[in-house]
Design a protein around this ligand. Structure first.
Ligand SMILES: [Zn+2]
Length: 195
């Protein structure tokens, strides 16, 4: 039995109740070394639980909630540097895309560890991000002049497609539209593919 700790924000009225929430969790998903207990995976578990419990924003009654600042048994779940230190020696790779929108213009940063990772991994990781963004509910997205997006994906690259896999680690999206995010991922991917 594990305890997931988290905070809840409302995507509709932008308020947060300021509380630290906790759910008990039985984890049966530890299959790959990077899967299961990820910030992304636990965020989705909590999203399902809050939905099942009918939890709504105490200020406006909206069920369009953002789950953030996750911890597992009191330990912060996602830390980019710690993740890299743990999995890069196992031959895995990690990449993170940051989109900072200022005055409606996206500023993009793409980081990969280890730096010599095959370009194929980066392109596959971007495709994984785009696929996950497609699956996210419409209320994750909003048209504002400034916003922030972050997606970190880990995984294993192999020239044999059957041995490749990608695991979403951490996702945050605030005040960008789904179209903006997908279009930006597409541009980054095209630039990479063009070398
Ligand atoms: Zn609200």
């Amino acid at each position: 039995m594990d305890l997931i700790g988290f905070s809840i924000g409302c995507r509709h009225c932008r308020e947060t109740d300021g509380k630290r929430w906790q759910f008990e969790y039985e984890d049966e998903e530890r299959i790959l070394p990077l899967a299961g207990r990820t910030d992304f995976g636990l965020m989705r578990v909590v999203e399902r639980m809050t939905l099942d419990l009918g939890h709504v924003c105490p200020f406006c009654g909206s069920a369009q909630l953002e789950i953030f600042d996750l911890d597992l048994n009191g330990q912060r779940v996602f830390d980019f540097d710690q993740l890299c230190q743990r999995v890069v020696p196992q031959g895995l790779a990690v990449c993170a895309l940051t989109i900072e929108k200022v005055a409606s213009q996206p500023k993009v940063q793409l980081v990969v560890e280890p730096p010599e990772t095959d370009l194929g991994f980066l392109i596959g990781a971007l495709d994984e991000m785009a696929a996950q963004v497609h699956e996210r509910p419409a209320y994750d997205f909003a048209a504002e002049a400034s916003g922030a997006f972050y997606f970190c994906v880990g995984g294993h690259w192999d020239s044999d497609a059957a041995k490749r896999w990608f695991s979403p680690q951490k996702y945050t999206c605030r005040s960008l539209t789904q179209e903006e995010v997908l279009a930006t991922i597409k541009v980054v991917r095209a630039n990479l593919a063009a070398g």
